[in-house]
Design a protein. Structure first.
Lengths: 393, 293
């Protein structure tokens, strides 16, 4: 090749014989070096590492699973670009956890026994992650959930982590905000995530706000479609503030049926993550206007905003997943894959690194798992104004 | 007022169960098979209506499609259950109809997804009487329940058609010899039952949320009502449908404060109530003891 190039240049008479004799060794060195660089960048064998993803792909919370898949589809080429430097590439294998413990365990067993994965991103719902956490105790698999927030995850297994803020923060912040009222009520769906918030909320009120009376503490079955009797009971107790604590799939049904009780308006409405979505708020716009919501902290990052816009324009909306959990998915996959790139497909080594180091990401500049299964992120307070949850503090 | 409001809400739920218990009774009377697939049949018709409205069809057109869907599913049930009814394989018939229901739910979930759907995305319109209120679908359910209950009580007890329906399950060969076609009677009953189930499915989900397994709880309650009321008594079935629904609904609705019983306990109370009634009157609430010759 080099020989042909020299012949060509000679024939074109662009260079003198002397300058050509100088150019030849220079070109030879350059080509040799570029060959060496190529050898470093592209190793002969690429190791494909499978990473399991457990998320609700069907059921009430299916929207979260579908939107999570959009984020992961977006992130994968970038992760592989980085992984290629260390001779690796990643493949995500999705399994449906259906937001339920039993289905998550089935998904976990399929991923670990049949697909042979050693790392799992998921589940989304606390029920999923709580169910699979005990299975990871032997250190053969590491689970990193992007969004499970039940406080029971704290210490559930040394090999289970979550990038969500804890429901403990949500429960305590809600208790603090609602302690301004003497008579309060809480309506909870029978679901791990919601029961977790309810427990922290009630414990916090009992411990730190003894003047507050919980006049109604109602629980309805998971996925219930008619909560009118429950709402009548709460209305009868005339609370000054009501906390709606349903799961995402039931949030709009509960709000709609509450809005049918038109003569019951003298109360302040509080909610959690389920009401951050504009879809849920649109089910009963008059009722939810002014609602106080405790959810994830506000993330101010132009880079993240640009990524969210890009995903939404190319793959569809991320309305239900929201900005925080989109960021959590990006941070989760980036941190886990960077550690695998560095330490190999070894859950024990990656777990050790997670416990020893501090990481920077979109959700926080200081993601720290040293003393907790949670990343140490605080909650945020929002107020619903004109159908949108607007960040307050 | 609070008691009346809870009673009204409970009556709507009770009437939904009555409206599904009646077709369950009709199918049992003509074939001695508990057709547990009726709940899913009703929900399928509701999905057909929802799909039609979402696709921008006119209301009569969407209702027509839902009706056709119910008729097709009724005919399909007949094709599945007829041989078993003829051979008097009643337990096998129960299993087949249950599987038919599960299959329908799975197909709905695959086609439409499992997230909740709404006929109206905003709060339902309501009618108010002083401090009491009812949604439009709730009122329609109460009125339809009253009319249809009386109608079927009269048809079953006082007309030749009702007697024929009962006779076909007792001795279809004898009925055939009298030049009545037992299979036609059973086909007709299954189609009518499926259309009724479709009506209940639409009314129930119009009043709350449309999900693939919305018919399951209803059919379980209707089945319990049929057993408690007595499988051979329509009056008993209607009465027991209200009993097994109203008692738990009132216990949950009227308890409050420190001794509040949450909605999560409802099905537990339903089974306890059913167990008590079945122990007290194992042959049904209104069934008289028959003399064994």
């Amino acid at each position: 090749m080099l020989y042909l190039l020299i012949i060509k240049l000679k024939s074109m008479k662009l260079f003198s014989q002397k300058s050509l004799s100088l150019l030849v060794p220079v070109l030879a060195v350059v080509l040799l070096l570029s060959g060496c660089v190529n050898q470093v960048q592209q190793p002969k064998t690429i190791e494909t590492i499978k990473i399991g993803v457990i998320a609700p792909m069907s059921g009430d919370a299916a929207a979260y699973g579908e939107q999570a898949q959009k984020v992961l589809d977006y992130a994968l080429p970038k992760l592989n670009e980085e992984a290629a430097k260390s001779g690796k590439q990643y493949q995500f294998i999705y399994e449906d956890g259906k937001c339920a413990g039993g289905d998550a365990v089935t998904a976990y067993q399929k991923l670990t026994n049949i697909d042979g994965v050693k790392f799992i991103i998921g589940g989304i719902c606390s029920s999923e992650t709580l169910a699979i956490a005990p299975l990871t105790k032997d250190g053969l698999v590491l689970v990193a959930s992007p969004s499970s927030s039940n406080p029971a995850l704290e210490g559930a297994s040394p090999y289970t982590f979550t990038f969500s803020y804890s429901d403990e923060i949500t429960g305590k912040t809600l208790a603090k905000e609602m302690s301004k009222y003497e008579r309060i009520a809480i309506i909870t769906e029978q679901n791990d995530f919601n029961i977790g918030i309810q427990k922290v909320f009630l414990d916090e009120l009992k411990a730190n706000y003894p003047k507050v009376t919980v006049v109604a503490n109602e629980v309805f079955p998971k996925g219930a479609t008619d909560m009118r009797s429950t709402l009548e009971k709460v209305k009868k107790m005339a609370p000054a503030a009501v906390l709606l604590n349903p799961n995402a799939g039931t949030a709009n049904t509960l709000a709609k049926q509450m809005a049918e009780l038109k003569d019951w308006t003298v109360y302040t409405l509080f909610g959690q993550y389920a009401y951050i979505s504009e879809t849920a708020l649109a089910a009963a716009p008059e009722l939810t206007n002014g609602m106080i919501i405790v959810d994830a902290p506000k993330i101010n990052s132009d880079e993240l905003t640009a990524i969210v816009n890009e995903i939404e324009s190319t793959k569809g909306p991320l309305k239900d997943l929201g900005v925080y959990y989109t960021a959590a998915y990006l941070d989760d996959t980036k941190i886990i894959t960077s550690l695998i790139n560095e330490l190999g497909n070894d859950p024990v080594a990656v777990q050790k690194a997670l416990k020893e180091r501090t990481f920077s990401g979109y959700i926080s500049n200081s993601i720290d798992f040293r003393n907790s299964s949670f990343p140490g992120v605080a909650g945020g307070i929002y107020k619903v104004i004109d159908g949108k949850a607007v960040y307050q503090q | 007022m609070f008691f009346l409001q809870i009673l009204l809400n409970s009556l709507v739920v009770g009437t939904q169960v009555v409206l599904l218990a009646v077709p369950l009774y009709l199918v049992y009377s003509s074939s001695k098979i508990f057709h547990l697939g009726l709940g899913a049949t009703g929900i399928s018709a509701a999905y057909a209506l929802w799909y039609g409205l979402k696709a921008g069809w006119s209301l009569p057109m969407a209702i027509m499609v839902a009706l056709i869907c119910a008729v097709i599913l009724g005919t399909l049930s007949f094709a599945l259950l007829e041989k078993l009814a003829k051979k008097k394989e009643h337990l096998f018939g129960l299993l087949v109809s249950f599987s038919f229901g599960l299959c329908l739910e799975a197909i709905i979930a695959i086609i439409f997804g499992t997230d909740g759907k709404f006929f109206l995305t905003t709060p339902l319109p309501t009618i108010r009487f002083s401090d009491l209120y009812l949604t439009f679908p709730g009122i329609a359910t109460l009125i339809a329940g009253l009319i249809l209950s009386v109608l079927f009580l009269v048809v079953v007890a006082k007309t030749p058609w009702g007697r024929k329906m009962k006779a076909v399950s007792e001795n279809s060969y004898l009925l055939d010899s009298l030049s009545f076609n037992a299979a036609t009677v059973r086909l007709f009953v299954l189609v009518v039952a499926s259309v009724l189930a479709g009506f209940v499915g639409i009314m129930t989900t119009l009043n709350s949320t449309l999900i693939p397994n919305a018919g399951f709880n209803l059919i379980v309650l209707a089945f319990i009502a049929l057993l408690v009321g007595g499988v051979n008594s329509l009056k008993g079935t209607i009465l027991s449908a209200y009993i097994v629904v109203l008692i738990p609904e009132l216990i949950v609705g009227l308890s409050s404060g420190e001794y509040s019983v949450s909605l999560s306990w409802k099905m537990v109370i339903v089974f306890v109530v059913a167990a008590i009634f079945l122990t007290w009157k194992p042959n049904g609430l209104l069934t008289r003891k028959a003399r064994v010759e």
